[in-house]
Design a protein around this ligand. Structure first.
Ligand code: DX5
Ligand code: ZN
Length: 216
């Protein structure tokens, strides 16, 4: 499978995010991961569709929007209009089949995500509903720079097996949180192929080298 690196702008310099996403593209990123937080589903507030609209002209890379918000159905259209290429919604916050039907009408990719404490089986219906990608949180959502939760590896394996059984063996499985050059190999070996990394990329002295090493 081709490994895709999706740096999270959560770890970027918010006073110049446009330049930061251009830098990510220049240094070999495959996607831009936008961590949207509403202060309700998770305590912090980061940004909304306005940020996606602001960075859209600065990169040709797909904008991968992770909605850590309650009532995602009320936000989807704003993100589509702002230029999002993928919308990822938390299974814990909505009725996936209904919301997927709505997102599909916009012609953008639709994905589902579960938190570390949510059983992996809870995201199986999203696979059956035709998700373009499944995101597994490997930290409790809300903050960058946390430690990777190792139990996530088993969830990745179980999910990849389920995708094989469902006839979509190559479905994108994205993992988000605490991924470093030290643990990324285990994450990929478990069956993930889309890697979100915030701190590891933005703290790096050589962004291109780090992105290349994360890709293996
Ligand atoms: C948590 C965020 C973080 C972030 C990645 O809600 O989703 O997982 O993107 O953060 P790092 O790579 O710094 O752990
Ligand atoms: Zn995220």
């Amino acid at each position: 499978m081709n490994i895709k690196i999706a740096p999270s702008i959560l770890a970027s310099d918010f006073s110049r995010v446009g330049e930061e996403v251009a830098l990510l593209e220049k240094n070999g990123a495959d996607l831009i991961h936008c961590d949207v937080m509403d202060g309700n589903f998770v305590p912090p507030i980061t940004f909304g569709a306005q940020m996606v609209r602001a960075i859209r002209p600065h990169t040709k890379l797909p904008l991968d929007c992770h909605l850590m918000t309650l009532h995602p159905e009320t936000h989807v259209e704003d993100f589509v209009r702002a230029g999002a290429d993928n919308i990822t919604v938390h299974v814990e916050t909505c009725e996936i089949p209904t919301l997927f039907k709505k997102i599909a009408t916009y012609g953008v990719k639709m994905s589902a995500v579960i938190n570390p404490e949510t059983a992996v089986e809870k995201v199986f219906p999203a696979v059956e509903e035709g998700a373009d990608m499944i995101l597994l949180m490997s930290v409790h959502p809300g903050w960058g720079g946390q430690k990777f939760i190792p139990e996530t590896l088993k969830k990745i394996e179980i999910l990849r097996d389920f995708c094989v059984k469902c006839g979509c063996p190559a479905l994108d499985i994205e993992v988000d949180g605490g991924i470093t050059e030290e643990n990324v190999k285990d994450v990929i070996a478990a069956g993930a192929n889309v890697i979100v990394a915030g701190s590891a990329v933005f703290r790096s002295k050589d962004m291109a080298a780090t992105i290349a090493r994360l890709r293996g």
